[in-house]
Design a protein around this ligand. Structure first.
Ligand code: OXD
Ligand code: MN
Length: 599
């Protein structure tokens, strides 16, 4: 029962304004989860997969217009435009609330209003934060139950007075009496709004039922609103995986990695090292909340409790642990359906079945000439279903970070790996990250390289210049020897014919080995204009079919390409305006000078 007066009042106001037929307070139980899925099956919104092949699994198909995050309909409604900064869409909060209040009026007619009390982070962690999402989508409730800790224990904390973020969501499709519902109701693009009010820590989302647009604990709370909380309170909310790596000698390392959406964070978080004696375990695959510990080191928790992973390309070969995780109790969205009631997607391994229903439920054969699964098809699965999950993945204080990786999809210029010259230079490396845009976002520029500082471009809830300053300030609170080492990695470098030069996946353990040995001061490197780059002898190639010459290609620093990179970074830095820290401009000038001095 809701006893918190503020929450009671909010719910009452919303009920009066959005006029749902029913209100349901979620208790987060398994029984509730199963009942909601059965209801979705019953009304034709979900398909229960063959229990002999995929027990406890369901497939949802979205509306074809509602398949990914909508960045151009995502707003940071800070009090002033300058606080949102040049990389965010800004609308005056008063105006936006007026527009959205009109859309919300009567929007839950014919529907159930679900109240989801949720916690980001382990229930017993001092770094966890609470939220309440109000939604009219049962799909959202079931996914939130996997991705966050939902239910009565959280409500009790809210009743006891702990603060929470208010997150409102509607699919934006009210039902008139007698009107039949759609399997995936949503509003047209121009009526979709994914809005954040950083000062009041509120989220208002309208019109989309998909992923980060609708599961408000994820991008909206754990990144956009949390980045503002972190700025104000001295911590960091980052778009990073968290990986635990153990060497053959039993030494444990923790690595965070910032990579843009659909660039392999989940694969790296679940890596199966090919190098003898090394083991890897997963702490998180998408978001890290990073705090300075009493020991002066940076510690990370994973605020989520599940994985909302990109399905296409995931196979027992590329990501064994994800495939094992999704063998049962998983929600799939926009994958293809086999004739025997299982799911399928491109890159799952083996030949394509002769007949499928594609992600829109249409007949599909290998000759169809279209993708059977949507490129942004997803699985939602509890984190503890991954065999690779670390036993201490829910440690209340998190894990101490030894290294931070930044990287993206770059076909040229950026070497396989290099280390920063200093903390400030490492922040510069994060600031200049570039990556080809992927299908995780609805965009007409998929494939084009965009600058994406720390993979936070779509997720930073305030001015990007202030955000980069915040990163620089971390160093002022501790001593340099306690800070993680910073590295850039690029698994995606290609030759002239477009073939990938590096095998990736489990073989990335070879790069991770060099990284952790650098942290221990053990492995070698040469100092180049861009940073410390391994020599070909520094990366362990035992058992790998790649020559030292091929590795040399992967590690080359091409002066002219890098000078072109500098010009592109300068253009990008200019677009950030005067708040970009002067230190980062200095780093750019120094990089250019070092490149010019190259023989
Ligand atoms: C995600 C994304 O879903 O980054 O994690 O788009
Ligand atoms: Mn992500």
């Amino acid at each position: 029962m809701i006893k918190n007066e503020k929450l009671k009042q909010w719910v009452a106001e919303l009920e009066a304004h959005m006029t749902p037929d029913r209100v349901h307070l979620c208790d987060g139980s398994q029984e509730e989860y199963e009942r909601l899925l059965a209801m979705e099956v019953e009304r034709g919104a979900a398909i229960e997969l063959n229990p002999e092949l995929r027990p406890g699994c369901y497939l949802f198909r979205s509306d074809p217009s509602d398949v990914a995050r909508v960045e151009n309909r995502t707003f940071i409604a800070a009090e002033t435009e300058d606080e949102a900064g040049p990389t965010n869409n800004w609308i005056d909060p008063v105006e936006l609330k007026q527009t959205m209040s009109e859309l919300y009026r009567g929007c839950m007619k014919g529907r159930t209003m679900y109240i989801i009390p949720f916690c980001m982070g382990p229930l017993d962690s001092p770094h966890s934060r609470l939220g309440v999402e109000i939604t009219d989508s049962a799909y959202v409730v079931t996914n939130m139950c996997i991705m966050t800790r939902v239910g009565t224990p959280v409500l009790e904390m809210i009743n006891a007075g702990r603060p929470y973020v208010a997150a409102l969501h509607s699919v934006g499709y009210p039902l008139e009496p007698g009107q039949e519902d759609l399997p995936w109701p949503c509003a047209p693009m121009e009526q979709k709004y994914i809005s954040h009010f950083p000062e009041t820590r509120e989220i208002w989302s309208y019109g989309s039922g998909y992923g980060g647009n609708a599961l408000l604990g994820k991008k909206c709370y754990a990144l956009r609103i949390a980045s503002v909380l972190g700025r104000d309170e001295g911590w960091l909310a980052e778009h990073m995986l968290i990986l635990k790596l153990t060497s053959p000698e039993g030494e444990v390392f923790h690595i965070c990695g910032a990579f843009p959406s659909a660039c392999g964070k989940t694969n790296l978080a679940m890596i199966e090292p090919t190098l003898e004696g090394w083991t890897a375990e997963t702490i998180g695959d998408d978001i890290a909340w990073i705090h300075l510990g009493e020991d002066g080191r940076l510690w990370a928790i994973n605020p989520e409790s599940g994985f909302f992973g990109v399905a296409p390309g995931t196979s027992y070969k590329s990501n064994y642990n994800a495939m094992k995780a999704v063998e049962y109790n998983t929600i799939f969205t926009n994958t293809a359906l086999t004739d025997d009631g299982d799911i399928w997607w491109e890159g799952m391994g083996g030949p394509a079945p002769e007949h499928l229903l594609d992600w829109q439920g249409r007949d599909w054969t290998p000759d169809s000439g279209t993708k059977a699964a949507h490129p942004n098809a997803r699985f939602t699965v509890r984190a503890d279903q991954a065999p690779s999950i670390a036993p201490d993945w829910e440690a209340p204080q998190g894990v101490p970070i030894d290294a931070i990786l930044v990287g993206g999809r770059r076909s040229d210029t950026i070497p396989l790996v290099y280390e920063s010259l200093s903390w400030q230079h490492g922040i510069f490396m994060g600031a200049i990250m570039g990556s080809a845009i992927t299908a995780a976002v609805i965009s007409d520029q998929v494939g084009q390289v965009r600058r994406d500082p720390f993979a936070m471009l779509p997720f930073c809830g305030y001015h990007i210049g202030d955000y980069l300053r915040h990163w620089l300030q971390v160093a002022e609170q501790t001593s340099a020897d306690k800070l993680p080492h910073l590295f850039s990695v690029n698994w995606f470098r290609q030759d002239e014919e477009g073939n990938f030069l590096w095998p990736g996946f489990g073989e990335n353990s070879r790069v991770l080995k060099w990284i952790v040995e650098r942290c221990r001061g053990l492995s070698g490197a040469r100092k180049t204009a861009v940073g410390y780059v391994p020599g070909t002898e520094d990366i362990d190639l035992t058992g790998l079919d790649i020559t030292a010459d091929q590795l040399a290609d992967l590690l080359t620093i091409d002066r002219d390409k890098w000078l072109a990179e500098v010009a592109s970074i300068r253009h990008n830095f200019e677009s950030y305006g005067p708040k970009l820290p002067a230190e980062l401009w200095q780093e750019l000038e120094s990089l250019e000078q070092r490149l010019q001095a190259m023989a």
